[in-house]
Design a protein around this ligand. Structure first.
Ligand SMILES: [Mn+2]
Length: 371
């Protein structure tokens, strides 16, 4: 699929549409387009998961995987990607469809695809909530995964999971407001108010979001990276010996502070404070020595994550963890022309691993006419 046919298809359904407008208009064609895309991508995700690593995984050490896998594998909701190619990491998008077009331009996505250059784009989750274009954002991501399954990898963020049952919305967020800027509240509204937004479509959305993989281990010749939305599991006496299988990272069982281990890696944040504050719950802070112990335990070099709306769009800490945020302003002259974003104070960024050069990662701007 070419760049122009890609955007032509998106514009057929989504030109000038946003959360507010969709509520009033006839949308059967849009809903049907969504349905078929969701079905196609769920099939792709299913086939990735069937391509499992069960026979190869022995322990938690990434070293044991070297030379044994090739391409993309999935094991217990984790990706293992060992293609020795360039990687791009995209932080939180938050229903900002506008940024996706400029982001793909900034990394010359379609040009690279045309030239058959090997590369992968890893999205770190939080696709929905807050911004102005939930469904268009998801449509773009789904269309990308459908047509470029080996270039696009979609991880789960804490905003992406939720549940709607008999008209009741359950979110895993602190605040639940009756606000259309929350994706699941919006979905529930569509389901209850549009005859063409049927049970099947609602179920497809929930299945897609709730079955996304939770982290990706990227193994290139020079560097091993864990990509994830939040961070690391909760330290136990600053250590991680209780994690002895990769699968535990995505476990829904509780850790020693009564929190699902999966939720810890979706929510936790690095901290530069000297004094450790003991934290229970999902959004705990972890410190430099704990991060170093975790990297050693897993035999990885670096964590790349999103989750925090960093003022500059990018923040490296301890030389070992990068926070990246990818929604924000796109200026024309001095004026922001991105009306989809809820973060019009952030310069959005993307991270690039140039496989030939290795570290450090390069920080790319997302802006108008980047090339
Ligand atoms: Mn988040």
């Amino acid at each position: 699929m070419t760049k122009s046919s890609f955007w032509k298809l998106i514009n057929t359904y989504w030109k000038d549409m946003n959360n507010d407008l969709l509520l009033e208009s006839d949308s059967k064609e849009r809903f049907d387009f969504n349905k078929s895309l969701l079905k196609d991508v769920l099939k792709i995700h299913q086939s990735e998961k069937e391509n499992g690593l069960e026979n190869i995984i022995k322990d938690i050490d990434t070293k044991s995987l070297r030379g044994k896998i090739s391409g993309c594998y999935s094991y217990k909701d984790l990706y293992f990607l060992d293609d020795n190619c360039d990687y791009y990491f995209v932080g939180d998008i938050h229903s900002d469809a506008f940024i996706l077009e400029h982001l793909l331009d900034s990394i010359e996505f379609f040009e690279k695809v045309d030239k058959k250059l090997p590369f992968k784009v890893v999205f770190l989750g939080d696709y929905v909530d807050r911004g102005k274009n939930h469904l268009k954002t998801l449509n773009i991501l789904l269309l990308l995964k459908k047509h470029f399954p080996e270039n696009i990898y979609l991880l789960m963020g804490n905003h992406d999971i939720g549940k709607i049952e008999n008209g009741e919305v359950t979110l895993y967020l602190k605040k639940v407001e009756e606000d259309m800027d929350y994706f699941y509240i919006y979905l529930n509204h569509l389901h209850q108010n549009h005859k063409d937004f049927d049970d099947e479509l609602l179920d497809l959305y929930m299945t897609f979001m709730n079955t996304l993989n939770v982290a990706a281990f990227i193994l290139t010749d020079k560097v091993t990276i864990k990509a994830v939305h939040g961070g690391i599991p909760r330290p136990l006496d600053d250590q991680f010996f209780y994690i002895s299988d990769y699968g535990q990272l995505t476990d829904l069982t509780l850790d020693h502070e009564e929190t699902r281990i999966r939720d810890c890696i979706l929510w936790s944040d690095p901290s530069i404070q000297d004094k450790k504050t003991p934290h229970t719950g999902k959004r705990f802070k972890f410190y430099e020595d704990q991060l170093i112990n975790y990297l050693k335990h897993m035999n990885i070099d670096l964590v790349v994550r999103g989750h925090q709306a960093i003022e500059m769009g990018h923040l490296p800490l301890f030389d070992k963890i990068h926070t990246i945020f990818s929604s924000g302003y796109v200026n024309k002259g001095d004026e922001n022309i991105n009306t989809d974003t809820a973060y019009d104070f952030i310069p959005p960024k993307v991270l690039h691993l140039d496989v030939k050069k290795g570290l450090p990662l390069k920080v790319l701007d997302i802006k108008l006419n980047n090339h």
